[in-house]
Design a protein around this ligand. Structure first.
Ligand SMILES: [Mg+2]
Length: 310
């Protein structure tokens, strides 16, 4: 059973109540707790030694990554993060300096985004270090962006460059909170998520939720320097385009807007964020699945993104 089948099975009949606006299945849960003008966002995520980092990872980066993953999901809803709780699992013989350094990395990122850390829990874990963060945030009513709003004809955009994040970016990425809120304030975003499982896999989440298809333009997909270098260095490495499509943990924004907004958006973006690339990589169509077009052909894209249980 793969990760997505497991999640599907577990979320089929979860308890609910009238506060739930959006439950499991989007980047964050969306809750209406009676605050005028605002909806609450709620998210949890975990990093585990041996899966998301190794025993030699700088501890500051472990803390950064654990909170950064949650912040990236708040960004995916165009939200503002507020406060976090942290659960820390440690082997019995832990080094207090390592734990302090994990917190230093987490605290620095939290301060940059005005996030309070308001408590948590520690426990022992014989298997190594794990760190789980639960994060609250908010979004103005009517301004949250879900995965389910993509429409045929929409232009598909992605921020930054994709692939090869294992070379370092997965531990150092900056969640796109400022960019996402700016986008939602200035343009009608139809659908958005943050790339955690790879473009090919995550785009499918938008397509499934929105019941549409997509055509990608291969030459427009922004490929990271790391993915290009890795492909050049070894013939057994993934080709660079495949790495950009399937490598996980890019933590960039993937979103769609009406095609008439595409050119104004690109122009405004370049003025607002001159250092961060934004690429229009294709369009939303009717039907299902992903096709990819290069100068010679149009092919069905068979590859998927990263699966934790594969
Ligand atoms: Mg996400």
């Amino acid at each position: 059973m793969n990760e997505f089948e497991l999640i599907q099975r577990l979320t089929r009949s979860l308890p609910t109540n009238p506060s739930v606006v959006v439950g499991a299945g989007d980047d964050c849960a969306v809750l209406d707790v009676g605050v005028p003008e605002r909806l609450l966002l709620f998210k949890t995520d975990a990093v585990v030694e041996g899966v998301h980092f190794t025993s030699t990872t700088a501890p500051e980066k472990i803390g950064h990554k654990a909170l950064g993953r949650c912040l990236s999901d708040i960004a995916a809803m165009a939200g503002t993060p507020t406060a976090a709780l942290v659960t820390l699992g440690l082997p019995r013989k832990f080094n207090p300096e390592t734990v302090e350094a994990i917190y230093a990395g987490m605290n620095a990122l939290a301060r940059r985004h005005q996030v309070a850390i308001v408590g948590g829990e520690t426990t022992t874990n014989p298997g190594g270090i794990f760190l789980s963060v639960a994060l609250l945030g908010w979004v103005p009513r009517g301004k949250g962006v879900l995965r389910s709003g993509a429409e045929a004809g929409d232009a598909i955009f992605v921020t930054g460059e994709l692939g090869g994040s294992l070379a370092g970016k997965h531990l150092e990425f900056e969640p796109r909170l400022v960019e996402a809120r700016w986008l939602a304030q200035h343009f009608a975003l139809h659908a958005m998520l943050d790339l955690s499982d790879g473009l090919a896999g995550d785009l499918r989440h938008i397509l499934t939720a929105s019941r549409v298809a997509a055509e990608l333009l291969a030459p427009s997909i922004p490929i990271s320097r790391e993915a290009r270098l890795a492909a050049k260095a070894s013939t057994s490495a993934k080709p660079a385009l495949l790495a950009a499509l399937t490598d996980g943990e890019d933590f960039e924004l993937l979103f769609t807007v009406a095609s008439r907004d595409a050119v104004p958006l690109l122009d405004a973006w370049r003025k607002q964020f001159p250092k961060l690339p934004l690429a229009c990589i294709g369009k939303i169509k009717t039907g299902d699945g992903i096709t990819i077009r290069d100068k010679n052909s149009v092919q069905l894209l068979a590859v998927h993104g990263y699966d934790h249980f594969a």
